[in-house]
Design a protein around this ligand. Structure first.
Ligand SMILES: [Zn+2]
Length: 437
C-alpha cells in the first residue's frame, strides 16, 4: 500500500484523526468531571446521614448502612462497596482538595486520583499538601502507572513515620484470600510480613526438594510439590502457635458441594458445584462424596434447578436444610454471604404472629439482618421465593435466584454432631419430579 489515503498526521481540525482524538480526550475529561460529581454527592450524602439531618433514625453506623444499602440497590453495587466509596469520597475531598479539584476540572482521571490517594494516605497535613501539588502536576502529563512510581518515591521522602511504625500499620492489613479461577481451580493468597512469607516459601522448597530426592520417579515440578505440601500442612496440621485451648484442632475445613446424581454414578461428566458457584471436576466430586460422613439429598427441578424437596435422617432440621438449599446465600440484593454463615430471619416477626414456614423465613447475613431490624428498610417474601425489599425512599428491589447458579443433584455437607451414617446412593427412581413451587 502507498501512503495514498493514509490519515494526515499534522494536527488540526481538518484532520479526521485529530477530530477523533479531540472526541476521546474531551470525553475522558467529561468522565472525570462526572465521577468527581458522584464523589461530591457521595460525600454530601454521608455527611447528611452522619448528622441525622436526612431524617434517618438509629445510631450513626446504622444510618450510614441504611444509606449505603439504598444507594447500592439503586446503582446495582454491593452495599459494602458503597460504604467504602462513601468513605473514600469523603477522604478525597477533605484530605486531598487539590487532587479533587484537578479531577473535577477533568485534568486528571480517577485512576490518577487513586494512585495519589493510595501512596499519600499516611502523610501528615503539611507533607500531604506538598506531595499533592507535585503529584497533580505530573498526573496531568503521565500515565497512572508512571505516576505510581513517582508517588511512592515522593511519599517515602516526605514520610514522617519510621519504617517500624509503618510496618506495624501495614501488618494490620494481613489476611488470607481466595480468588476463583477457571477450570475448577482457585488461588489462595496470604498477606504476611515479608520475612514470614519468604520463610514459608523457603521451608516448602526445602521439603519439596527432599520429597523429590526421596522419589526420583516423582514427576511433579518443585512448584507443584510446594503447592501440594502447603495444602497438606494447612488442612491436617494442628496450629501449634495458637492452640492454648485445644479447640482449634477441632475446627475442620467446611465446604458444601452439589454433585449431579449421574456424575456421582460415573454416567455423566457434568461438573459439581462448590458452594453453588465454583465448578469442581467429577473425579474430585466423587472422591469427596465417598468421604462425606453425611449427606442431604436435594431433588431439584430439572430445568429451573429450584430445590423441590430435601430429605435427611433428621426431620427436625428438615426445614432449615430446605431453606439453606433454597436461599444459598443472604437474601439482600447483591449480597454474597453463604447461607450457612447467615441468620434465619422471620420476615413477619414470630412474636407478632409470623409463621415459622419457608414462606416467612429467609437467610440474612448479620449485617443485613441488623439493617432490616434497625433501619427503615422492609422486606416481604413472595410465593415464588423472590424476596422483595423496599428502601427508605419506597423503591423496590427484588432478590431472586438464577438457574445457572444452582447445582442439580446430591449435596454433601460436613458432618453434624450425632449425624447418621452415610446411606448408599441410589439412582433416581424415575418418578416425575413434583410440580415446581
Ligand atoms: Zn447480606
Amino acid at each position: 500500500m502507498s501512503n495514498q489515503g493514509a490519515l494526515p498526521e499534522e494536527p488540526g481540525q481538518s484532520s479526521p484523526r485529530g477530530a477523533l482524538l479531540d472526541i476521546l480526550t474531551s470525553s475522558q475529561r467529561a468522565v472525570a468531571e462526572l465521577e468527581a460529581l458522584q464523589f461530591s454527592v457521595f460525600a454530601g450524602a454521608l455527611q447528611h446521614a452522619l448528622s441525622g439531618s436526612d431524617g434517618t433514625a438509629g445510631d450513626s453506623a446504622m444510618r450510614v448502612r441504611e444509606l449505603a444499602a439504598e444507594i447500592g440497590a439503586a446503582m446495582r453495587l454491593p452495599d459494602r462497596t458503597v460504604e467504602r466509596l462513601l468513605g473514600e469520597a469523603t477522604d478525597l475531598i477533605e484530605r486531598f482538595p487539590a487532587t479533587f479539584d484537578a479531577m473535577q476540572t477533568g485534568r486528571i482521571t480517577r485512576q490518577h486520583v487513586r494512585v495519589i490517594v493510595d501512596a499519600g494516605g499516611r502523610l501528615d497535613d503539611d507533607a500531604r499538601a506538598e506531595y499533592e501539588s507535585r503529584l497533580v502536576e505530573i498526573a496531568a502529563v503521565e500515565t497512572a502507572g508512571r505516576l505510581r512510581r513517582v508517588a511512592r518515591g515522593t511519599a517515602e521522602r516526605l514520610q514522617p513515620q519510621s519504617l517500624d511504625e509503618r510496618h506495624a500499620m501495614a501488618a494490620e492489613q494481613r489476611g488470607v484470600f481466595v480468588t476463583d479461577l477457571d477450570d475448577g481451580m482457585a488461588c489462595l493468597t496470604a498477606v504476611r510480613p515479608a520475612t514470614l512469607a519468604h520463610g514459608v516459601h523457603d521451608r516448602l522448597s526445602a521439603m519439596g526438594r527432599a520429597v523429590k530426592a526421596a522419589d526420583p520417579d516423582d514427576c511433579r515440578t518443585l512448584s507443584q510439590v510446594r503447592a501440594d505440601l502447603l495444602c497438606d500442612l494447612a488442612l491436617t496440621a494442628v496450629p501449634a502457635g495458637h492452640d492454648e485451648l485445644s479447640v482449634l484442632s477441632e475446627i475442620k475445613a467446611e465446604v458444601s458441594i452439589v454433585v449431579p446424581v449421574l456424575t456421582l454414578l460415573d454416567q455423566s461428566t457434568d461438573a459439581a458445584l462448590l458452594d453453588g458457584a465454583q465448578p469442581v471436576d467429577p473425579a474430585t466430586a466423587r472422591a469427596l462424596a465417598g468421604a462425606a460422613p453425611g449427606w442431604t439429598r436435594i431433588l431439584t427441578h430439572p430445568i429451573a434447578a429450584t430445590p423441590l424437596a430435601v430429605d435427611r435422617y433428621r426431620p427436625s432440621k428438615h426445614q432449615r436444610r430446605l431453606l439453606r438449599a433454597l436461599d444459598e446465600r443472604c437474601r439482600f440484593p447483591g449480597c454474597g454471604y453463604l447461607a450457612r454463615h447467615c441468620d434465619l430471619d422471620h420476615h413477619h416477626d414470630a412474636a407478632l404472629g409470623g409463621a415459622t414456614s419457608t414462606d416467612n423465613l429467609s437467610h440474612l447475613c448479620r449485617r443485613h439482618h441488623m439493617l432490616k431490624h434497625h433501619s427503615r428498610w422492609t422486606v416481604v417474601k413472595q410465593g415464588d421465593g423472590v424476596v422483595v425489599w423496599t428502601s427508605p425512599t419506597k423503591r423496590q428491589y427484588p432478590d431472586r435466584h438464577y438457574p445457572e447458579t444452582r447445582g442439580h443433584g446430591v449435596r454433601f455437607e460436613p458432618p453434624s454432631a450425632g449425624g447418621s451414617p452415610p446411606p448408599g446412593v441410589r439412582a433416581p427412581d424415575g418418578k416425575p419430579p413434583p410440580a415446581p413451587f
